[in-house]
Design a protein around this ligand. Sequence first.
Ligand SMILES: [Zn+2]
Length: 180
Amino acid sequence: MRAAFAQIGLTDPATDITDQVNERAVAWARERAAELVGMRRLEDGTLVPNPNAEWTIAENTREMLRGTVVDAIEQGTSTADLAAQLTESYAFGDARAEAIARTELARADVAGNMEAYRGSGMVSGKQWVLGSEHGEPDECDDAAALGVVALDDDFGGIGDPPAHPNCVCDVLPVLAEEAE
Ligand SMILES: [Zn+2]
């Protein structure tokens, strides 16, 4: 989040703004963390349970997982440590634990950045940037093709990146003056 402020030229944001942004990012995670786990996205952007039984998880597992992810965000746990914790507590395989840890922390990071951009009052828009390791064309390409959109835009219904497990896309802020 500090990086997000620095990115838009705010090297020393007021403490109350930082606190507020932090609080909102954690509130976001409490509600939204783990919502992609065991799900897949249809072409129209809606999330549905993954039909492959290997990936499904019970709703109560998702609830617990959400708590674990929120704790990790609050404590600044690294991806590797969170993945190890997930393998141990949820019996996920290593690859899946790693994917969940990476994706969930990336989602929280982007959500925090968005709060920082909003809190700054200097950012009017954003732009989807495809990750360099982006493989098969998917919903991310459609989002990137939209160009600069409003800060609260949902990129055609998929929300901010990462859009799917292991999505390596990012979102860049567009300063108010650049958009004019
Ligand atoms: Zn992507």
